[in-house]
Design a protein around this ligand. Structure first.
Ligand SMILES: *Cc1c(COP(=O)(O)O)cnc(C)c1O
Length: 342
């Protein structure tokens, strides 16, 4: 365990077993199998409304294909300045939307705030010289490890809808957000105004399975073609479906995330007692950003742990610790032993 990210983990045993279970025999390709067909039903049950879901194998594909349904090439997509779609997808959103522009905004705690969005949208002129506001993309859990409450999402979506925009949610860590809020998954999605959710499983126990979940059926209409044309229709789809089904079964998605969040909470409580360590953001899910002396980072690295970090000029650094579905208490104790020894 190195706390670098939740995608350096292995696969949850239940999900691995589900893969083995669909390995025998022949099955129709490209999602024309029973398991894939059952996914819409399971997800509709989970969200309490009718959804149309499509599997892809990366979170980036999920985000960029979702965004491509909600903006013309001359449109604009509002997002946080730290958003994965802006910082970590190599221009994928621009590529898949045919050139739509990402419009980054600042916002405390890694979140967009309704007051700020209201000002930005008010200043946006309905004029041929301007980019047309088309979409709003929210990351839940955010890149900073914080969580939008149902009220936050509702307020932001209302502003977007008033402007005729669609709303996308990058839910790579959606499970960790639901586990943190203790809400119904509907409360932070369709009931709040979200049109399309990128529902992640890869960082929470799967190998490669992400679902693009459409609450807005109109936007889903040509998605099959977009996915295929974009090169994201796996022919052996049953293996993606098997992962996602196992993920949903017995609420494992929530169980894994609850565990990851609990481990982060434990680590945060212990780090909080260390003098000279400060949190950059409130710890609300499974990501911790700790501001600490560089010597402390060095000691952590010397033991083999490889966290993500940013060095500052003042001899301090910000270290990101990410916990996962399989983080053990002893991993945290080992890490804390190193930190406390300083
Ligand atoms: C990891 C991540 C993704 C998806 O990344 P892939 O590497 O393409 O699977 C998307 N959004 C956020 C916030 C992420 O952390």
């Amino acid at each position: 365990m190195s706390f670098h990210s939740d995608n350096e983990t292995g696969v949850a045993p239940e999900i691995f077993a589900a893969l083995a279970a669909v390995n025998d025999g022949t099955v129709m390709p490209y999602g024309n199998d029973q398991l894939t067909a059952s996914l819409n039903e399971s997800l509709s049950r989970l969200f309490g409304t009718e959804v149309n879901a499509f599997l892809v194998v990366t979170g980036t594909a999920s985000n960029v294909l979702a965004l491509s349904t909600m903006t013309p090439p001359y449109g604009g997509i509002y997002c946080h300045e730290k958003a994965h779609i802006l910082v970590d997808e190599c221009g994928g959103p621009e590529f898949y939307t045919g050139g739509a522009r990402l419009l980054p905004m600042t916002g405390a705690d890694g979140k967009l705030h309704a007051d700020d969005l209201a000002v930005v949208l008010r200043e946006q002129r309905d004029d041929v010289h301007y980019i047309k506001p088309s979409a709003l993309s929210l990351t839940q859990v955010t890149e900073s490890g914080t969580v939008y409450t149902p009220e936050d999402v509702t307020d932001l979506c209302r502003l977007a809808k008033d402007k005729g925009m669609h709303v996308h949610m990058d839910g790579t860590r959606f499970a960790n957000a639901v586990a943190s809020l203790g809400c119904h998954p509907a409360d932070i999605t369709w009931k709040a105004g979200v049109d399309v959710l990128s529902f992640g499983a890869t960082k929470n126990g799967a190998i490669a399975a992400e679902a693009v979940v459409f609450f807005n059926q109109t936007l889903a209409q040509d998605f099959s073609a977009r996915r295929k044309r974009g090169g994201h229709l796996p022919s052996k789809m049953r293996f993606m479906a098997a992962q996602f089904n196992a993920y949903l079964e017995n609420d494992r998605w929530l169980g894994y995330a609850t565990h990851a969040n609990r481990m982060a909470e434990k680590l945060a409580v212990e780090l909080n007692e260390v003098p000279d360590v400060e949190f950059s953001y409130p710890v609300q899910a499974n990501l911790i950003f700790a501001d600490m002396p560089q010597a402390m980072l060095k000691a952590i690295q010397d033991t083999g742990y490889q966290p993500d970090y940013w060095l500052w000029e003042n001899g301090r650094c910000e270290v990101r610790f990410v916990t996962a579905f399989n983080t053990r208490e002893q991993d945290i104790e080992q890490l804390m032993k190193v930190i406390r020894s300083l």
